[in-house]
Write a protein that binds this ligand. Structure first.
Ligand code: ZN
Length: 242
């Protein structure tokens, strides 16, 4: 499996609080989590040429992880179009946390993707509501994060194909936190937690869900269906007597 982790990598450059939690950047932390035998994990960041997402890189990507927050607008349209096309062709996409407002996620959803949010160091409990789903393999009834940012409903996305986890927050809100979509030949996962100042991606259970997401969404070599004019029928069509 070939994984590419895309990170905006801007908080890491500006905020020492974030660097303390993720010394190698969020992309570096995710790379370490997803690196296992038989898996190739590369990283790509906003400030690289083509944001690190050249045709060659995407040719070598079965699943793309996406973390962005303060610089969504700087992602160039032609790169968004390129990633969008790859998803329709079958590349997996795992959108993390504030990636809900990324150009690529909004393009795939077709809605505002807006939500409520609050930074108040509150507890989040992510309840498993689809226990047989591969995305929660190895997870108990819930994951509890002592401190996270709150994201609350309504989350303005199309009804997910599957809602796998539902978050409760100490302040009372709830949120659909682990959702799946199919677009064209590709699979998409949205996974909510992962605010940059919290150690969320160091949590073992969160790491387990990330690994599950890579395995579930990855392009397993599915062939894209053939579209368009189809003059040669499979069966011989008997001539009709008029
Ligand atoms: Zn955040």
């Amino acid at each position: 499996m070939k994984i590419t982790i895309w990170n905006e990598n801007r908080h890491e450059k500006k905020n020492p609080e974030v660097t303390k939690v993720y010394p190698e950047g969020i992309h570096g932390a995710l790379q370490e989590v997803l690196q296992q035998e038989g898996t190739e994990v590369r990283t790509a960041t906003l400030d690289e040429p083509e944001h690190g997402l050249s045709e060659e890189v995407l040719d070598q990507t079965d699943v793309l992880f996406w973390w962005g927050h303060i610089a969504h607008e700087e992602v160039e349209e032609h790169i968004v179009d390129r990633v969008h096309e790859r998803v329709l062709e079958g590349m997996g996409l795992v959108v993390l946390h504030s990636g809900h407002f990324s150009k690529i996620f909004k393009k795939l959803m077709g809605t505002s993707c807006d939500l409520k949010w609050r930074e108040a160091d509150e507890t989040e409990r992510l309840w498993v509501i689809d226990p047989s789903h591969p995305l929660v393999h190895g997870i108990g009834e819930y994951i509890e994060l002592e401190r996270e940012e709150m994201y609350g409903e309504h989350f303005d996305v199309p009804a997910p194909d599957e809602v796998v986890m539902l978050s409760w927050f100490e302040g009372g809100e709830v949120f659909r936190s682990l959702n799946t979509y199919h677009r064209g030949n590709g699979k998409i996962v949205y996974f909510r937690p992962g605010h940059e100042t919290y150690a969320t991606y160091h949590n073992n259970e969160i790491q387990q869900v990330l690994k599950n997401a890579a395995a579930w969404a990855a392009d397993g070599g599915r062939k894209r269906p053939v579209y368009g004019h189809h003059p040669d029928p499979i069966e011989k069509i008997a001539p009709r007597n008029s």
